[in-house]
Design a protein around this ligand. Structure first.
Ligand code: NA7
Length: 814
């Protein structure tokens, strides 16, 4: 039989009214094919052995507005297939059966070549159904279901010589549909990736595939016309063909004479064609390439970056919207302590030009609007499942995949898992006796209600005096009937000096935003290049000059106060000079000396994260504010009426816990993460978090953390750190796929060295000297380990060097 030409159908074919029975539907091709058929209007029966995966597929199809019925089917059981098809026909009428990945005419030959085949198809996740179904398909085509069977096997692995005319004609129809469906699907996936016209991309890819099997060339989808292979006629709407031939083209003979060659050639061609657009290898999997946990700034950028690299990513987010910490921390006064022109993404010039910040330090609602704007602008929501928590993630070494379980009952399998869970996302609720008995309103700053909270005329209590409380207290005091602050440890705070941004200063920054960003990246904390640290020792200047410098920074406001001298974070005596400066300010501001004394910290300044405030200390001069010291007289209990301490019950209508977070590790450890040999992350971190670069954990392959413990994270501008991490992680995944490597994992030795490195740097500073959340000291029972790494630029350099040295410190699996 002469090999025919098949025109690629126009991509707008309507399959409404048709019923497709897709076998092998949990395979990559079958899965995608079923979805695209449904999207084109067909009713789809999806059949596979594993019904759990079919349920996912059915849910996806239904979510897309399609109609779908899953059927469990063992493809080695011909009788079962016939019965299932009969049942489907009884229910739906005439059914087109799409025998996915079946129909290698000579099963014997296919099996003999199985090593080669399996090797090739491993990438594409087509292994199981492909080999299982080929023989059974042959039987069915030949005997059981003649004339009703359509073979969509592997994009061209047909032996037309062995087919009868009737079968040939329906095969032809199937190919038309298949190619259309694939074209639609792939083009849809890539349209936002590279900005290439979908038709052009699909045409290019199809041409690559089809020309390898020697029988077909695609037409331009836009015109529907047909060209012969090797023809020089080009469709005017197709993308120009790249001049150099692909590796697959140059290294392979154009004569294909065995099934293995044909299949291999097809896959190579797909790789080569896709590689030209997005530099990645083939990925015809039935799930995402990457599961992302969290849709805050880290998760959103991960999604965006994955798309740019042609990786399919799916994110799960517990909140009902994007924004992460800015979604949850809606308490009054919530504001970022990094300036707004810096606390924003730098990855897209248009984005940073078009967004206008209104204040020096952005308030939470504005940051959340920005997060929403980013999600809309880059169409990120379609890959995010909101209102869903990841409960469990289990590594399967055989398939080199993570299976991720959600509280929505979903199970998603993907080779890579990115924990974009944030550093301050698990609230710390103290275990104070009677807390549950409180009869009034109870809120946590880190999980603030979405509805407005009205303080007017109410007796409000706030437990805690960290950054959240320092921001919230002045705002609450404005309208509360009475505010009682329960303070365990007094805090240093410097004025924020927040103000509206001037049009001119915004324009000046935007005129060369890239350089500004780069300068900030070179700062120790990734921000503040406008106010660089003075590297001089405070002891190298006169007392007057030291005071003048501190005063200058106090007037300017913000956390760069600590950059007044190079040794403030290193030397106790130097630190004491800055600390006593702030103590004097407290004494000057607070009119009641007894209250001022209670508000005065004695620990090292900057050891707990320095707060920046607006009128915090002055708030204690108000008649409606009372400060209660629960450091010397700890809270005894919470009663239905209020808080009992020092034998006194403070009656309250509302109690606010501003008690912070189980920082950096809390969220990771609340998820049941099981790595190699079933080992849990909880056990691996029983003595405190241990990571390599804050990115990876030994024993947990293909698991990446964005700003994990052991990375600079919370000691930097988080967005700068997030961008660096996300780029490193996604580049790493891209590298693995391009080089055909299945997994990457930190070596235990590299991890131990890294932990020692992080500690040795912290130990040279005053950071470990107090009970901060950096150490985990705020959560009773948490192992004390200094979690973040000091110094952003050297860290970035180390990450670069690790890559340059072929992922030094990692084991990269084949
Ligand atoms: P923080 O900075 O951890 O502050 C929590 C506050 O709550 C702090 O003052 C704690 O006192 C206090 N706390 C915690 N547990 C108790 C109990 N049981 N009794 C009394 N007081 C308690 O959290 P924030 O939300 O303010 O800020 C976290 C970060 O978010 C911040 O650093 C910025 O980066 C943004 P303690 O000092 O431990 O004695």
């Amino acid at each position: 039989m002469t090999a025919p030409q098949f025109p690629l159908p126009h991509a707008s074919t309507d399959l409404t009214g048709q019923v497709a029975f897709v076998t092998g539907a949990s395979s990559g091709l079958g899965h995608r094919f079923a979805r695209t058929l449904a999207a084109a209007g067909a009713d789809v029966v999806v059949a596979a052995r594993r019904t759990d995966r079919l349920e996912d597929l059915a849910a996806l199809i239904r979510a897309d507005g399609g109609r779908c019925a899953p059927v469990a089917l063992d493809m080695t059981d011909a009788d079962a297939i016939v019965a299932a098809v009969d049942a489907a026909e009884a229910a739906f009428g005439t059914v087109t059966i799409l025998l996915n990945n079946a129909g290698i005419p000579d099963a014997q030959r296919a099996h003999k070549m199985s090593v080669d085949l399996v090797d090739r198809v491993l990438d594409t996740n087509l292994r199981g159904p492909y080999l299982l179904s080929c023989e059974v398909a042959r039987r069915l085509i030949a005997a059981e279901l003649p004339g009703r069977m359509v073979n969509i096997s592997s994009m061209g692995a047909f032996d037309y010589d062995g087919m009868g005319a009737a079968l040939y004609s329906i095969t032809k129809a199937a190919i038309n549909r298949m190619t259309e469906a694939l074209a639609m699907e792939w083009s849809r996936n890539h349209i936002n990736v590279n900005g290439i016209a979908p038709g052009a991309f699909a045409s290019e890819m199809m041409e690559g595939m089809m020309s390898r099997i020697g029988d077909f060339t695609p037409s331009c989808p836009a015109s529907g016309s047909v060209t012969r292979r090797n023809s020089t006629r080009r469709c005017s709407t197709c993308a120009p063909r790249p001049r150099s031939s692909s590796p697959a083209r140059s290294s392979r003979s154009t004569t294909v004479n065995s099934d293995a060659d044909r299949i291999g050639a097809v896959y190579d061609a797909v790789r080569a064609v896709r590689g030209r657009w997005d530099r990645r290898g083939i990925a015809v999997t039935d799930g995402p390439d990457v599961v992302v946990v969290g849709a805050g700034f880290a998760g959103m950028y991960t999604l965006r970056r994955c798309r740019m690299l042609g990786l399919r990513a799916r994110a799960f987010e517990a909140g009902t919207g994007v924004g992460g910490t800015w979604y949850w921390n809606r308490y009054p006064g919530a504001r970022c302590d990094v300036e707004s022109m810096e606390y924003s993404y730098s990855f897209d010039e248009n984005l940073q030009q078009e967004w206008n910040w209104s204040e020096r330090y952005a308030a939470q609602p504005e940051i959340l609007s920005y997060a929403n704007h980013v999600a809309d602008r880059f169409d990120l929501r379609r890959d995010i499942t909101f209102g869903t928590r990841v409960l469990r993630a289990v590594w399967d070494a055989t398939t080199a995949t993570w299976t991720v379980h959600t509280d929505g009952g979903e199970e998603v399998v993907a080779p890579y898992l990115v924990m974009a869970t944030g550093c301050l996302s698990s609230t710390n609720t103290p275990d104070i006796p009677g807390l549950a008995s409180f009869a009034g309103e109870l809120h946590h700053t880190g999980n603030w209600p979405h509805e407005a909270v009205d303080f007017r005329g109410k007796r409000v209590g706030v437990i805690g005096t960290g950054s959240s409380a320092v921001q919230a207290i002045p705002v609450i005091a404005d309208t509360a009937g009475h505010l009682t602050v329960f303070q365990r440890t007094p805090q240093y705070s410097v004025p924020a000096r927040n103000r509206p941004l001037e049009v001119d200063e915004v324009a000046a920054t935007k005129a060369d935003y890239a350089t500004f960003r780069e300068r900030n990246r070179r700062m120790p904390a990734g921000f503040g290049s406008r106010y660089p640290r003075n590297e001089t020792s405070v002891f190298d200047v006169s007392e007057d000059d030291a005071r003048a410098e501190l005063q200058f920074r106090w007037e300017r406001g913000g956390t760069t106060f600590m950059g007044a001298f190079g040794d403030l974070a290193l030397d106790r005596e130097a630190n004491e000079i800055a600390a006593s400066f702030v103590r004097e300010k407290i004494a000057e501001t607070v009119t009641d000396p007894e209250v001022a004394a209670r508000l005065t910290p004695t620990h090292v300044i900057g050891c707990k994260r320095l707060c920046i405030d607006t009128e915090y200390f002055a708030t204690f001069n108000r008649d409606n504010v009372t400060l209660v010291d629960v450091g010397t007289d700890p809270i005894e209990s919470i009663t239905p009426a209020g808080v009992r301490t020092g034998g006194v019950e403070h009656e309250l209508d509302m109690l606010i816990l501003a008690t912070g977070f189980d920082a950096m590790t809390g969220t990771l450890l609340r998820i049941d993460i099981r790595g190699r040999d079933g080992a849990t992350l909880r056990d691996a971190w029983a003595a405190g978090p241990r990571t390599y670069l804050g990115l990876s954990v030994a024993g947990f392959p293909n698991l990446f953390m964005v700003s994990g413990p052991g990375s600079p994270s919370v000691l930097t501008n988080m967005i700068v750190s997030i961008e660096q991490h996300v780029e490193w992680i996604t580049d790493c995944i891209d590298h693995l796929r391009r080089t055909g490597r299945r997994s990457i994992e930190a070596t235990p030795e590299a991890q131990e060295d890294w932990v020692a490195h992080v500690n040795s740097i912290a130990d040279k500073t005053l950071y470990p000297s107090c009970n901060s959340w950096y150490l985990g000291a705020n959560v009773p029972g948490k192992t004390r380990v200094f979690m973040p790494l000091l110094g952003f630029p050297p860290y970035v350099e180390t990450c670069r060097r690790v890559v340059d040295n072929d992922y030094e410190g990692f084991t990269v699996g084949v």
